[in-house]
Ligand binder design. Structure first.
Ligand code: GTP
Length: 598
């Protein structure tokens, strides 16, 4: 296909604004899939994505569209992940296309996550066509939303396409806009040395690793020997094709085209998103700019509730890691929780998605320890340590200073909740950077420590704003602060799964809250149990769980033997969900609940 008849684009939208519905419509209207094969939401392939209504892996589809000018165009849609945790993948897929449709729900307006992705599109030099969706709804306010797009994002919205992805209204206008308003790929020479971008990859149980590529220069053919420039890995191309959206083989892909290849690649880890693919024999001079592998920033321990599940859990984790290069897992043992894994994630949502999949798809009950970030520890002897797990904290007397990661958080919130949001950010050691208004909503920008956000910031934000706020963040770097490790001791035994890094000024408060909670969560024993929070050897908070005075079975008025037996059985069953710490048993749920702040 000549470049002038190719259009590559992505769709930028906030969750639920109708990206998938629109994509399905575009596919349907161009007859890419027969009507009867149309499943709801073709592009979201994983169940979990469908269920949670989020798009995780970039997908792609090639559409052929006979335009009003009489020519047939090839339209390649790359579906981008909608969530901030996947920011790097978003920026890569944006670099693989020339334009974006900005879909905004005309009843809702622009949201924080939309902003982040639009800015990524603008950075990638995209032409952007605003599309107002859901105009079939009486609550739609296209004029107001157009103004908002202009005010908040700063792009022209006068000529926004007004559609209803649900009823199909306006879809032909979207197709025409793609052809007439988005640019064709910049020049590409089919005879130049191959330069292709590795946009995405995933593991398929039949085909092995499938790699999504965008050809910049040169031509890729079936059977070619290729080389990944960053990793240096070499492969022979087994299969080349395009998604329509089902896989369809092709013999070659030329400049401007988007397609997939398979090459007996064993694991997704061997394919780094953003890498440059070239020919083994005739290499291109330079790799594509801006390669940066996505690295995990949030860590937590995952342990099976039932130690017998450990082997199953290991299998499950290996399978998940096969398909997700940014998820890391290393075996870990904890005195409290036994064998498990220390896992790394791109962010909180990523953590949740993986944990959910382990629990649901693999049926493993898990204990999650407090999410932690990576601290940079500078020792007095000049050594620098990356601390992933508070349990590994070195002797504080040998530490010179500690730095923690900070984020720039953007929150969009209706006026009436602004006060609560400011308070929340302030409570979490935030520094306000900006506060502006767009219509009846405020946009607040805060510099926040990531560790104050990883645990329950989303939950708190949702609850103080009744779900009306939208939130997005990006890492801005490391900064020194007065950070200490707080340990929790139950009956004088440290419980490493509950230790955490906190700011010195907030340690007492957190410690007290923790001890109080644990006091409620740990059942009483036959003896008194002290519960303490400590920094180094210094106790900063303390509660005492009083002893159980009578035998539990005492309330079964003597005689009734079956009742007594039942009660003991019930206790035994309950015990399975308990963990033994020295002489004390702590229920599983105590770990999660104790770490939540309110
Ligand atoms: P993610 O894939 O989670 O990012 O969401 P999405 O942006 O793809 O949204 P999706 O297409 O799943 O649509 C969200 C909801 O809005 C669904 O319940 C759709 O049926 C509904 N919806 C989408 N377009 C329209 C529309 O034009 N009008 C109306 N009334 N509802 C729509």
């Amino acid at each position: 296909t000549p470049l002038s008849r190719i259009r590559n684009f992505s769709i930028v939208a906030h969750i639920d604004h109708g990206k998938s519905t629109l994509a399905d419509r575009l596919i349907q209207l161009t007859g890419t899939v027969a009507e009867r094969d149309m499943k709801a939401q073709l592009l979201d392939s994983m169940d979990i994505e469908r269920e949670r209504g989020i798009t995780i892996k970039a997908n792609t589809v090639r559409i052929e569209y006979p335009a009003k000018d009489g020519e047939t165009y090839v339209l390649n849609l790359i579906d981008t992940p909608g969530h901030v945790d996947f920011a790097y993948e978003v920026s890569r897929s944006m670099r693989a296309v020339e334009g974006s449709l900005l879909v905004v729900d005309a009843t809702q307006g622009v949201e924080a996550q939309t902003l982040a992705n639009v800015y990524t599109a603008i950075e990638a030099d995209h032409e952007i066509v605003p599309v107002l969706n859901k105009i079939d709804l009486p609550a739609a306010e296209p004029e107001r939303v157009k103004e908002q797009i202009e005010d908040v994002i700063g792009i022209e919205a006068d000529n926004a396409v007004e559609i209803s992805a649900k009823t199909g209204l306006g879809i032909p206008d979207v197709l025409e806009a793609i052809v007439t308003r988005l640019p064709a790929p910049a020049s590409g020479d089919p005879d130049a040395p191959l330069q292709a971008m590795l946009v995405d990859s995933y593991y398929d149980s039949y085909l092995g690793v499938v790699v999504l590529v965008r050809i910049m220069q040169g031509t890729l053919k079936k059977g070619d020997n290729i080389r990944m420039m960053q990793t240096g890995a070499r492969y022979g191309v087994d299969r080349l094709g395009v998604f329509r959206p089902a896989m369809q083989n092709v013999d070659e892909l030329g400049p401007g085209e988007i397609g997939f290849l398979t090459a007996s690649i064993k694991q997704v880890r061997d394919t780094k998103v953003g890498d440059t693919i070239t020919h083994e024999r005739r290499q291109c001079e330079k790799p594509l700019p801006g390669f940066k592998p996505s690295v995990p920033v949030v860590f937590c321990g995952l342990f099976p509730v039932d130690a017998n599940d450990f082997e199953d859990m290991r299998d499950a984790i290996e399978k998940l890691a096969l398909n997700d290069a940014s998820f890391t897992a290393e075996m870990e043992t904890s005195a409290a929780l036994g064998f498990g894994f220390r896992c790394g994630f791109l962010g909180l949502l990523h953590l949740e998605v993986i944990r959910d999949r382990l629990e649901r798809e693999y049926d493993i009950d898990l204990i999650t320890t407090a999410p932690s970030v990576i601290y940079h520890i500078y020792m007095k002897d000049g050594e620098q340590i990356d601390l992933h797990n508070p349990a590994d904290m070195p002797d504080p007397s040998k530490i010179d200073h500690i730095e923690e990661p900070r984020i720039k958080a953007t929150i969009l919130v209706p006026d009436e909740y602004l006060g609560d949001v400011l308070k929340l950010c302030q409570d979490r050691r935030g520094i306000q950077l900006d506060l502006t208004y767009a219509g009846s909503r405020a946009m607040v920008v805060y510099d926040l420590p990531l560790n104050e956000v990883v645990f329950d910031f989303y939950d708190r934000l949702k609850s103080v704003t009744k779900g009306y706020a939208s939130f997005d963040y990006q890492m801005i770097g490391y900064r020194e602060d007065n950070l200490v490790k707080m340990s929790i001791l139950v009956n004088d035994e440290p419980v490493d799964a509950l230790s955490m890094m906190v700011h010195r000024d907030r340690a007492e408060m957190r410690g007290r809250a923790m001890c109080e909670k644990l006091k409620d969560l740990i059942p009483r024993h036959m003896f008194k149990i002290p519960i303490q929070a400590a920094i180094g050897g210094k106790v900063i908070a303390r509660e005492t769980l009083s002893a159980l005075r009578k035998d539990v079975t005492a309330k079964c008025y003597g005689g009734d033997a079956t009742r007594k037996k039942k009660l003991l059985e019930k206790q035994k069953a309950g015990k399975k969900k308990m963990r033994q710490f020295g002489k004390v048993e702590i229920p599983q749920e105590a770990f999660i609940s104790a770490l939540k702040m309110d």
